[in-house]
Design a protein around this ligand. Structure first.
Ligand code: HEM
Length: 238
C-alpha cells in the first residue's frame, strides 16, 4: 500500500505506483498483478495523434458545411478555422507518421489475424467464444485500424494539399481531391467512433492501457492470451 508523502519526502511507491514508474520506459513487463502494456512514449504519441485529429476535425467541419458553423466559435470564428484546419491537419499527419513508425513492426498481419477478420472469427470474438488462444498483443481488428488510419491520413494529406494550393493542379484533380477528402474523413470518423467504443465502454480496463499504461493480468488473459503467455511465461492456454 502506498503512503502519502510528507513535504520534502519522496513518496513511497506501492505495487500500483511501481507499475506506473516502470511504464515510463518499459512495456510488456509484469509488475505485481498488472502488466505494462503501453510505455509512456507510446501513450504520448497516441494522444498527440488523437488531439490533432479532433482539432482538425472540429475546425474542418464548419468549413465543410454551415450546419456545423457553430463549432467555429470553439476556435474564435470561421477565419481562424480556415488557417487552423490545414495546419492542424499537417501536424496530425506528422504525428500519425511518428505513430506509424513507432508501431509498424507490431502491426504486421499474421495468418491468425486473417482468420480473426473473417465474419465467423469476428462473431466468435464478439461472443467471447473465440477458441483462438493465438491472439497476440494486438488482434486483427486493431491492426486493421492501424493500417486504415495510415491510409486514410495519407489520402487526407494529399487531397488537402491539392485543395490548399490548387493553382498547379488541373481541374479534374482538384474536383477529385474534394471527393477523396470528404470520403476519407467520413470513413475515418466512423472508424474512430468504433475505436473509442471498443477502447472504453465495450471492454472495461482497455482505456487504462492508454492512460495509465497498465492492464490487469485477467484483462490480458481474456483479450490477448498469446501476449499474456509471452509476457508472464504462463504456458496454460485459455
Ligand atoms: C478519445 C479518443 C480515443 C480513445 C478513447 C482511444 C483509445 C485507445 C485505447 C484504449 C487504445 C489501446 C488499446 C489496447 O491497448 O488494446 C488505443 C490504441 C490505438 N489508438 Fe486510440 N483512442 C482514441 C483516439 C484515437 C485516434 C483519433 C486515433 C487515430 C487517428 C487512434 C489510433 C489508435 C491506434 C492505431 C491504436 C493501436 C491499435 C489499437 O489498439 O486499436 N486513437 N486507443
Amino acid at each position: 500500500m502506498s503512503e502519502a508523502a510528507l513535504p520534502g519526502q519522496t513518496k513511497k511507491t506501492g505495487v500500483g505506483d511501481a507499475a506506473v514508474v516502470r511504464g515510463r520506459q518499459d512495456e510488456d513487463v509484469v509488475v505485481g498483478g498488472e502488466i505494462v502494456r503501453h510505455r509512456l512514449s507510446s501513450r504520448v504519441i497516441h494522444w498527440a495523434v488523437a488531439l490533432f485529429f479532433f482539432v482538425a476535425l472540429f475546425s474542418g467541419l464548419p468549413i465543410w458545411t454551415p450546419l456545423f458553423g457553430w463549432m467555429a466559435t470553439l476556435f474564435g470564428g470561421l477565419s481562424v478555422c480556415r488557417w487552423l484546419h490545414p495546419w492542424s491537419g499537417i501536424v496530425f499527419a506528422a504525428a500519425t507518421l511518428v505513430m506509424f513508425i513507432h508501431w509498424f513492426a507490431e502491426m504486421k498481419l499474421t495468418d491468425t489475424d486473417r482468420e480473426f477478420l473473417t465474419p465467423g472469427g469476428l462473431v466468435r470474438y464478439m461472443r467471447y467464444q473465440g477458441e483462438d488462444s493465438e491472439v497476440g498483443k494486438y488482434n486483427g481488428g486493431q491492426k486493421l485500424l492501424f493500417w486504415a488510419a495510415a491510409l486514410a491520413t495519407l489520402g487526407l494529406l494529399l487531397s488537402g494539399i491539392v485543395m490548399w494550393f490548387p493553382e498547379p493542379f488541373g481541374n479534374g484533380l482538384r474536383q477529385l481531391s474534394y471527393v477523396v477528402h470528404d470520403i476519407a474523413f467520413i470513413l475515418f470518423f466512423a472508424m474512430i467512433i468504433g475505436h473509442i467504443y471498443l477502447g472504453t465502454a465495450a471492454e472495461p480496463g482497455t482505456f487504462n492501457a492508454i492512460v495509465r499504461g497498465t492492464v490487469t493480468k485477467e484483462w490480458a488473459r481474456l483479450h490477448h492470451p498469446k501476449w499474456y503467455r509471452q509476457v508472464t511465461g504462463d504456458a496454460r492456454k485459455r
